[in-house]
Design a protein around this ligand. Structure first.
Ligand code: TYD
Length: 135
């Protein structure tokens, strides 16, 4: 997990951020999706990916991004378009406390593949424990 602060191109008209695969996004972008109109009290995610890199940005509003790479949980408060979180290894993610205006944009290194999901936390722990032991 890594935080990425994007360069803001600003002038008297306002601000602009450009995201480029292979440049400030460290992979080729194959898919973009965004989560919005999340209902009050709803949490999302609760999975890991076997082989996927993602950058997550709250382009509007805010939410809490909980990340577990197998060695404990990190909570990142995403609250603006200038910062993204890079998920570049097998990591369990949960999204909580969405503001009603939150638009959470996700850039991904691969197209949607249901079989890439790990939805069982115990399986995720087995995989990360095995990786830690170099198996
Ligand atoms: P899901 O992965 O459950 O969302 P989250 O992890 O944020 O809780 O996805 C919700 C639905 O959207 C599910 O039916 C799969 C579909 N979906 C796609 O079709 N393409 C995508 O790129 C994503 C992320 C989800």
């Amino acid at each position: 997990m890594q935080l990425i602060d994007f360069k803001v191109c600003g002038d008297h008209r306002g601000s602009l951020i450009s995201l480029e695969g292979g440049n400030n996004i460290p992979f080729e972008i194959k898919r973009v999706y965004y989560i919005f109109a999340t209902k009050d009290g709803v949490a999302r995610g609760f999975h890991a990916h076997k082989n996927l890199q993602q950058v997550v940005v709250a382009v509007n509003g805010s939410c809490e991004f909980h990340i577990d790479e197998g060695n404990g949980k990190t909570i990142v408060h995403l609250n603006g378009p200038e910062r993204g979180v890079l998920l570049d290894m097998v990591s369990w993610r949960e999204m909580h406390n969405f503001s009603s205006d939150c638009v959470l944009m996700v850039l991904a290194s691969a197209v949607y593949d249901k079989d890439d999901y790990i939805t069982d936390y115990d399986e995720f722990k087995r995989i990360t424990n095995a990786k830690t032991r170099g198996i």
